[in-house]
Design a protein around this ligand. Structure first.
Ligand SMILES: Nc1ncnc2c1ncn2[C@@H]1O[C@H](COP(=O)(O)OP(=O)(O)O)[C@@H](O)[C@H]1O
Ligand SMILES: [Mg+2]
Length: 397
């Protein structure tokens, strides 16, 4: 803002802001919320376009999230550095940035130009801060006529404050939602454990029944263990609390560790495991615990969705400067029409409930972890023959 006088907002702008505040506070679905915020920002400041970048506290960078005129949703998640972008500058200084000819500013990153094919002329960026925590940046570009004014800056600042709180609420809601889902998921295995325990109390049960009950308790408890770990990891990731500790480590011992965890189940199902990790592989630089979690999920699936007496194969090789880790099984495979949704939260291929207990969170979590490492996860499958998951991770330079 220039000068010391606080500009007075037109009355209808106040009315619009008030109505919006109510609207935003009631929107708990994050994508819808962000879409409403950018629409309102563009409208209120009479700009050609507006966008939101969310702050990623782990990587200390902004990620492009939503824009008013974005045709290609794939552009989501595009990274914008804190240094060397006007949005980053607004967040670092914790105050609005206004530019008349942004494209000629050395700090202009031009991400919105590239994403929306609009050349940025004038730009107004306000930081989104809730409870002193940086949430992201709201940007308006190209005032329809003239330059952005003090009043525009004031309006976007007020909108930004409301937006930041609403985004934080939506995130908290997401977490509460996850907890509700966890409670729901925990009920079935707990019920099975209770039933088995009650059965064990009966004096007249036969030896096979007794063994069955104990097996059930063990199986369900294992599943509960897997489930709670997955949920905790996911909650940490989604709320941005997860921390990644990068270290150099060899893949082969990690693979052995993971396979060892499943020794009992592998034997019980009569499966054979083959590992093919070349000894000359350079070390990985990643969060070992998180990569272990990914492998655990993939091997767990290869065990669960396999045939009796089937095979599991873990291999690794270099591919274009990346490391590919593969986990293959000889299970039922996954039909092409289901593959697209495999990595979505809570998604399970129809009929999976009959094969094994599961929440449909494992692969979603794998994808999140792999992507946080700048990697990629893919699936290849031949129905009736088996499935191979491929994890691609950048190798140490
Ligand atoms: N190796 C596999 N073979 C066949 N189907 C699989 C395999 N891995 C995963 N799937 C399918 O993908 C779904 C999602 O996997 P995941 O997220 O790990 O969930 P969960 O293991 O809890 O079922 C599974 O429910 C299953 O339908
Ligand atoms: Mg799984």
């Amino acid at each position: 803002m220039t000068g010391s006088a606080v500009p007075l907002l037109p009355l209808d702008a106040y009315r619009r802001l008030l109505a919006l505040a109510r609207d935003l506070a009631a929107t708990l679905e994050l994508d819808t919320l962000l879409q409403r915020i950018v629409q309102a920002a563009a409208e209120l400041s009479e700009a050609e376009a507006a966008s939101i970048l969310l702050y990623d506290p782990q990587r200390k960078e902004l990620r492009f999230q939503t824009a008013t005129n974005l045709s290609d949703k794939l552009q989501r998640g595009t990274r914008v550095p804190l240094e060397g972008s006007l949005a980053g500058l607004a967040l670092r200084r914790r105050r609005p940035i206004r530019r008349q000819h942004a494209h000629s500013d050395p700090s202009h990153y031009g991400h919105l130009d590239r994403l929306t094919r609009i050349a940025t002329d004038s730009l107004l960026a306000v930081p989104l801060i809730a409870n002193d925590e940086p949430i992201g940046v709201l940007e308006a570009v190209n005032k329809r006529s003239g330059a952005f004014t003090d009043a525009d800056e004031e309006i976007l600042t007020v909108l930004g404050a409301q937006a930041a709180v609403a985004i934080q609420n939506a995130r908290l809601f997401l977490e509460a939602d996850l907890i509700a889902e966890l409670v729901h998921e925990v009920r079935t295995p707990l019920g099975a454990i209770l039933a088995a325990a009650q059965l064990l109390r009966l004096p007249q049960i036969s030896e096979p029944q007794r063994r069955q009950a104990i097996d059930a308790i063990e199986r369900e408890a294992r599943y509960l263990n897997e489930l709670t770990t997955t949920f905790l990891d996911l909650a940490a990731l989604e709320s941005g609390r997860a921390r990644f500790h990068s270290e150099a480590f060899a893949l082969a011992p990690l693979v052995d560790e993971v396979v060892q965890l499943f020794a009992a189940e592998i034997e019980a199902a009569g499966l054979t495991v083959e590992t093919a990790i070349p000894p000359d592989l350079p070390p990985l630089k990643a969060d070992r615990g998180k990569i272990k979690q990914v492998l655990i999920n993939l091997v767990s699936n290869a065990v669960k969705y396999n045939r009796r007496g089937g095979k599991i194969r873990l291999a690794a090789y270099r591919e274009n400067g990346r490391l590919a880790i593969t986990v293959s099984d000889t299970g039922p495979g996954i039909a092409p029409e289901y593959r697209r949704r495999l990595f979505q939260k809570f998604y399970r291929v129809p009929g999976s409930e009959q094969r094994a207990a599961g929440s449909g969170l494992g692969l979603y979590l794998c994808k999140r972890i792999v992507e946080a490492h700048n990697g990629e996860i893919r699936v290849h499958s031949k129905p009736g023959e088996g499935t191979t998951f491929v994890v691609l991770l950048p190798l140490m330079p």
